[in-house]
Design a protein around this ligand. Structure first.
Ligand code: OAD
Length: 237
């Protein structure tokens, strides 16, 4: 393993599974009792915002009580100790990377602890309930707040920064994502074309894995601390 100059890490729901948060597409998945088209599309929100708000309000306590696991902690350690930039891009709306001590995490699918005003576009912290009556603290308009979660049919967040990171990384690591939701599922291809070495960590083989050089199977809470240890041991080579 060589010394890298720009490391980019993409995380998905699998990294938070050992923190007790269900992944999206497992049999007991997060959307199990709620059809995805009713809680995670922009059309659903436009047609029935109260239903969508209720879903995320119910989810919040579950997400907030979760604690970072060994994989989140190992990545935070890597960011602090590696002698080159280590960027974390996450599809997760939880904030377990931040709770583990990571900084400047790019939340391309938004965050469950925030809401965005559809009138003025500003984001507010929203750890408590948000509903169809909630006023925007910035523009004062009521009833225009949406969970700051990117629904199917909306654009991803922070994409300019993500694109520039992918184009200059020399190590790209994907952790705990099924790789079926684009554009995130295509990040590996951009990194590979930029010349990066590419690693995939997952419990099981995924379908969209053509651009990965290496596949490491197992629970992220075990495989990621071991991988980070190796990177740190080889950092001066
Ligand atoms: P998925 O539920 O599609 O995939 C989770 C992946 O994690 C699967 O491939 C599992 O095999 C793997 N996995 C489960 N437990 C693991 C563990 N302990 N260690 C390692 N891997 C494990 O979740 P995502 O790929 O993140 O968007 O889903 C992508 C997006 O789909 C989500 O961000 C969500 C949804 O649309 C929004 O909410 C906006």
């Amino acid at each position: 393993m060589q010394k890298y100059h720009n490391i980019v890490i993409l995380t998905g729901a699998g990294i938070s599974a050992e923190s007790g948060l269900a992944t999206f597409r497992s049999s007991d998945g997060l959307w199990n009792n709620h059809p995805v088209e009713k809680v995670a599309t922009i059309e659903a929100f436009e047609q029935n915002p109260a239903y969508v708000h209720d879903f995320y309000n119910e989810l919040k306590p579950l997400v907030f009580q979760a604690r970072p696991n060994a994989a989140h902690l190992a990545l935070a350690r890597l960011q602090k100790e590696y002698p080159a930039p280590v960027s974390i891009i996450t599809q997760n709306v939880d904030t377990l990377h931040e709770k583990a001590g990571s900084e400047h995490v790019l939340h391309i699918h938004g965050q469950i602890d925030q809401a965005v005003c559809l009138n003025c576009g500003r984001v507010m912290q929203a750890s408590g309930d948000v509903d169809t009556e909630t006023s925007c603290p910035h523009c004062g308009i009521a009833g225009m707040m949406k969970p700051n979660i990117v629904f199917f049919g909306e654009n991803l967040l922070c994409m300019d920064e993500v694109d520039s990171l992918l184009r200059r990384c020399d190590l790209f690591v994907s952790i705990g994502t099924s790789g079926v939701v684009f554009p995130a599922a295509g990040f590996v291809q951009t990194a590979k074309y930029a010349g990066a070495e590419t690693y995939e960590f997952n419990l099981e083989p995924t379908s969209n894995n053509f651009y990965f050089d290496r596949h490491i199977m197992g629970k992220a809470g075990t495989t990621i601390p071991a991988f980070v240890e190796k990177l740190l041991t080889n950092r001066e080579n």
